[in-house]
Design a protein around this ligand. Structure first.
Ligand code: AMP
Ligand code: GLY
Length: 421
């Protein structure tokens, strides 16, 4: 089979890595991928959906897997399906669950899916008045896509008002911030719960925990994610049952009721509050970096399972009991303004350790591997527990360097503390 993976990040490298292990595979293509990814790179932008469909037809691609949200929101699945091409991901309409926070919040409210209380504003003055009445803490969120940077957690009224100015008056995130959701601040541990969906059928993937903030101790601005591990010990069996019943199953029923057919990965970003799990956001894809540790824990031929599931046959996944952990190495200036073009050193030495390294923002120039984006490398390891996985990943990271390299030193610590390891 020929398989096409769409996307440029560490998540897509991990998908290509996992899929390449399938005996069904003859060739894996990736559009565009990053330098160093073990798949054949295709020089077409992930959002150029018509050109990608042309390529898939010409090349005889048997199955396509979409990594990021942008092509989904652009309608890649609709375009491929129109041409009879098999592709795993939700339609443009279904992708609204991620593309519009307002759509997602209204959907959750309408269907009784637990989420933070909220109001929607398209007028900055009204938003500010609301903040003065409501007080802090609150979270101000851009309605549209913002690469994980559109949610601003505000501890004070003043910072919430500044967030409204940033999004709605200065329009720092463009159209995405013209409408905002302002919602109550929820306390708790976070969890990522990702399932594979085909209509009302779903298969849960292993639980995971992301680290959205840039700095140790969950300080600094939100990012796309600075590290992740799986499993997430804060999601015990009882909580998982609650998530499945009150969130996933309700959501799938609600989608069906709205006449929206959903096929693809569905990611619920959760806050585990004292009142039970609540949805912070839906994503219509695998998380990045959650996909990396998560795919490392799925045993066997994932491609075969995915295709069977896509075709409507029942499947079950076998999960590795070991833990997996991923640390993101990012460029100086990430997330606002990453510096790129820096030479990456020490990778060969690092690869001698028991790790897997997935490439994200990298490029090759004059035979040298250079940084080419905000998140550059994902250093991942397995361990009998999270502590062992953490030690292995950080040991390899010591060997890697590039100018301005920044990363969190505390990926895994929350779980280690919680479990008393
Ligand atoms: P989102 O893009 O909506 O998932 O938000 C990004 C991050 O902001 C989340 O992973 C949380 O860390 C934080 N966040 C979002 N909404 C809330 C909320 N209502 N209460 C507390 N933290 C939140
Ligand atoms: N790591 C969070 C996300 O992929 O949205």
């Amino acid at each position: 089979m020929k398989v096409l993976v769409v996307g440029n990040g560490g998540r897509e490298h991990a998908i290509a890595w996992k899929i390449s292990q399938s005996p069904l595979v003859k060739e894996v293509f990736i559009a565009k991928g990053s330098a160093g990814v073990d798949a054949k790179r295709v020089d077409i932008n992930p959002t150029d959906v018509k050109t990608l469909a042309d390529f898939a037809q010409r090349e005889g691609i048997d199955f396509t897997i979409v990594g990021p949200e942008a092509p989904l929101v652009e309608g890649i699945v609709d375009e491929f399906e129109k041409r009879g091409l098999k592709i795993f991901g939700p339609s443009q309409k279904a992708s609204l669950l991620e593309a519009s926070k307002v759509f997602a919040k209204d959907f959750m409210l309408k269907h009784g899916i637990p989420t933070a209380n909220f109001e929607v504003f398209d007028d900055p003055d009204k938003a500010k008045r609301f903040i003065r009445d409501f007080g802090a803490p609150v979270v101000v969120k851009a309605d549209g896509l913002a690469g994980g940077k559109g949610a601003i957690v505000c501890k004070t009224e003043q910072s919430a008002i500044e967030a409204v100015d940033f999004l709605m008056v200065r329009k720092a995130l463009g159209k995405a911030g013209e409408r905002v959701v302002i919602e109550e601040f929820l306390e708790g541990e976070e969890g990522s719960y990702i399932v594979m969906v085909n209509g009302e059928e779903y298969i849960p993937l292993p639980t995971s925990q992301d680290h959205k903030r840039l700095l140790d101790g969950d300080k600094g601005p939100n990012t796309g994610g600075m590290g992740a591990y799986s499993p997430n010990p804060f999601i015990d069996e009882k909580t998982e049952q609650e998530i499945r019943k009150n969130i996933i199953e309700k959501t799938l029923k609600a989608l069906a009721k709205e006449g929206i057919y959903y096929r693809g990965f569905l990611y619920a970003g959760l806050m585990l509050t004292s009142e039970g799990p609540k949805v912070l956001e839906f994503n219509v894809r695998l998380g990045d970096p959650e996909a990396q540790p998560l795919l490392m824990r799925i045993k066997g031929d994932f491609l075969e399972k995915l295709i069977n599931f896509y075709e409507g046959r029942s499947i079950s996944l076998e999960i590795d009991n070991r833990c997996a952990l991923c640390v993101v190495l990012a460029s100086k200036g990430y997330p606002e303004n990453p510096e790129v073009g820096k030479e990456i050193r020490g990778l060969e030495e690092a690869k001698k350790e028991e790790v897997i390294i997935f490439y994200a923002g990298t490029k090759i120039e004059n035979g040298k591997l250079l940084t080419a984006g905000g998140r550059v490398l994902n250093v991942c390891a397995w361990g009998e527990d999270i502590k062992e996985a953490k030690v292995k990943a950080y040991k390899a990271i010591e060997k890697i360097s590039f100018e301005g390299m920044q990363y969190r030193k505390d990926i895994g610590d929350k779980a280690i503390r919680f479990l008393g390891l």
